[in-house]
Design a protein around this ligand. Structure first.
Ligand code: AP5
Ligand code: ZN
Length: 212
């Protein structure tokens, strides 16, 4: 199964991608996590990406496209994958299509902006594996540590209210139009992401079962 998750920052793409990845035994590929890992390594790519990410802006298409090309060529992607946070612009979507990747479905997780701003204040992310938690809605069973890998949970650098607002603006102006693009290809599925995590997962499961 080859899936794309679309949605605003904080819509729950990463949370659902991890669940689908475990249930369907396919890798979840987050361009945001790959870029944050590059920043943590202090690589040239990371230093360049950080300038954009700290502003809540998109990293240039060619940088992200190269990362995705490398990642999708790895052997664990042969049986499918979930793309979380890519594509994010029409140019990225067109590149993916030109690569000959045939996507089974594009699931848009829909959450109103007000709910997102409220959520982001309580998000905590694992600094080692990138897993996402929430102090109220999705706490880690290990408190300040990641349930999956034991890594430390931290507040992401771009989760301050000002940058979240910028990221939402960028989503509405550059990414949301991809819904129309994938709708026109008959691939778009809508999932309401405003209820609890388990409700979104249940909705998502219905969509994924319908693809079989
Ligand atoms: P990225 O890391 O992709 O961030 P994002 O798209 O802004 O999405 P988030 O990770 O913030 O949110 P999410 O939808 O995964 O939500 P989550 O599951 O964590 O990108 C960061 C930056 O990298 C970009 O700004 C850009 O600069 C760059 N970048 C990345 N990809 C790029 C690309 N393709 N092109 C160019 N630049 C790129 O959930 C959010 C919170 O809510 C969590 O606390 C979670 O526990 C909680 N939660 C989840 N579901 C629910 C629910 N149903 N109810 C209540 N709480 C919930
Ligand atoms: Zn972790």
């Amino acid at each position: 199964m080859k899936l794309i998750l679309l949605g605003a920052p904080g819509a729950g793409k990463g949370t659902q991608a991890e669940i689908i990845s475990e249930n369907y035994h396919i890798p979840s590929i987050s361009t945001g996590n790959i870029l944050r890992a590059a920043i943590a390594e202090g690589s040239e790519l990371g230093l360049e990406a950080k300038k954009f990410m700290d502003q809540g802006a998109l990293v240039p298409d060619e940088v992200v496209v190269n990362l995705i090309k490398q990642r999708l060529s790895q052997s664990d992607c042969a049986n499918g994958f979930i793309l979380d946070g890519f594509p994010r612009t029409p140019a990225q979507a067109e590149t993916l299509e030109k690569m000959g990747v045939s996507i089974d479905a594009v699931v848009s997780i829909e959450v109103p902006d007000e709910a997102i701003i409220e959520r982001m204040g309580g998000r905590r992310c694992c600094e080692s594996c990138g897993a996402s938690y929430h102090v109220k809605y999705n706490p880690s069973e290990r408190g300040e540590l990641c349930e999956k890998c034991g890594g430390k949970l931290v507040i992401r650098a771009d989760d301050n209210p000002e940058t979240v607002k910028k990221r939402l603006d960028v989503f509405h102006s550059q990414t949301e139009e991809l819904k129309e693009y994938y709708h026109s290809k008959g691939l778009l599925k809508i999932v309401i992401g405003q209820e609890e995590v388990a409700d979104t997962t249940a909705e998502m499961s219905k969509v994924l079962e319908s693809l079989k």
